[in-house]
Design a protein around this ligand. Sequence first.
Ligand code: PEP
Ligand code: MG
Length: 567
Amino acid sequence: MTKSKNHNYNPRIELSGISLAPGIAIGKSFRFKQIDLESLRNNTFPVENLNVELNRLQNSVQKSKEQLYSLQKAGVESGKKDIADIFNAHILLLSDESFLQSIRDTVKNERLNVEHILSIKISDIEQSFSNIENETVKTRLLDIQDVYQRLLRNLLEIEHVRVRPLIRKGNPILIAEHLLPSDIALLEFRKIAGVIIEEASAVSHVAIITRSFGIPAVINIPGITSLVHSESTLIIDGFEGKVIINPSSSEITSYRKKRNHFDNKIRTFKYRYICLTRDGVRVHIEANANTPGEVREAVAQGAEGVGLLRTEIYYMSLDKKPSVEEEVSFYKKIHESAEGHPVTIRLLDLGADKTLSYLQFSQEDNPQLGTRGIRYLLNNSKLLHDHLRSILMSSKFGVVKVLIPFISIVQELDFIISMINDIRIHERLDPSRIKLGIMVEIPSVLWALPLFIEKLDFLSVGTNDLIQFAFAADRENRNLDEYRRASLPILLKMVKQLVQTANAHAKEITICGESASDPATALLLIGTGIRSLSTRVNAIEPVRKEIENKTIDQANFAVHEYLRLFK
Ligand code: PEP
Ligand code: MG
């Protein structure tokens, strides 16, 4: 009787989406919900009972303080004094009587709900961010913002991590409607068993970062966040793109077996030899990897270097701009993990959906076509200089391939070349350990290549943006998948042309966009003449297998068949 009652309360629900990363995850849900400040600001529901509203505030303050005390304790116990200090500062902010009194007064005098008042305060703070230069003041503002957000979360009874990393026991499954790249970078992925995102496109930055963590993930299950309670038991089947809410115990047992089998396979899987097609043509496989751990894993799987390190991910994991020393020491760890292989470090590709709380970004109507990548850096010359200097200094620890993102005009390249030369001479760096390349991701570069190529050592094709711009199909919009699928023949045609130019000038060319991580597409890219790919860490094995199973003739023929359409 009781059993069936429970059953009704927690019915088993099976839903299908799109697999973002393979594997099995079993765990309790952790709902990551964005707070919609705008609707809270616009929502001034009348407060009928003042005492009830004031009690809500009081309870939320109490709950927030308890959370902060336990976070502070966890920081102290794990020897992370800086983290403990942050939470201590938050406790002090929450104990500010004048702040609490000002909210109580507004509730009483204007009979406004607490969420509304807090959301206005947060917006005011965000507004003041835009004009502040001083790093210390900015950090303090961030702290205030964080505390107010915590109060709001507790008022609304939702779990949410926005400004500080997730610190939580167990290995929850993260479930969210949307995520921003910065949300992801702040999460402690080691502690998360799997990810479910209601809405995301498979080539969005969020999807790329999530995949790179190598945990099972499924996207595009509309409405799932409203079906899952906090702490519901979930299974993610990342092979099938399936999610089971409230699975039966026999299902949990059978999925555990499947998970253990998969984990063991990964652990025993180590490649240390080069990749050849079935008839012996050499293909270099490098990895898109952003942390020392990921680089180690990539090298263990046979990657011959780091083909793309997205430095913005490192920046996103920090809450203030790193000093040159800090940044160099991060790259040093990357070099050590790469065990002597070359490391391609891409200059910050900030702007559009990749922003940072501690740097300023202007509002743009169309940010995807706006001040992104190199354009943003050229507008922020001190940031660019420190950043480039850190990257170049790391050439002391291994070969560095500097990669320029979102480049479209040759003046941008000339500026970087002259800055590199200045820094190199000033720091007395060995030029033979520094290579320079550009991302080919804005279509005009295809035609402008003769202007660039002699000044470069290598080209790296960013198929995510190249397809987005060639087809005017926003990569963040999952409803445009059809256009991305239809782009394949044109992509092959573009890459073939690029390979011809690169070969004619004896320059290296590699593909680092997501297309290289899809085994079937990777083989077609080999058929265009490409001999170097940079893939996600967890795509190294399937891509390598596909290439090793086919001859170069098979790859060439497949491309020939596609391109016949254009004859
Ligand atoms: C690309 O555009 O293909 C690329 C690799 O860069 P990102 O995905 O970081 O924009
Ligand atoms: Mg790009």
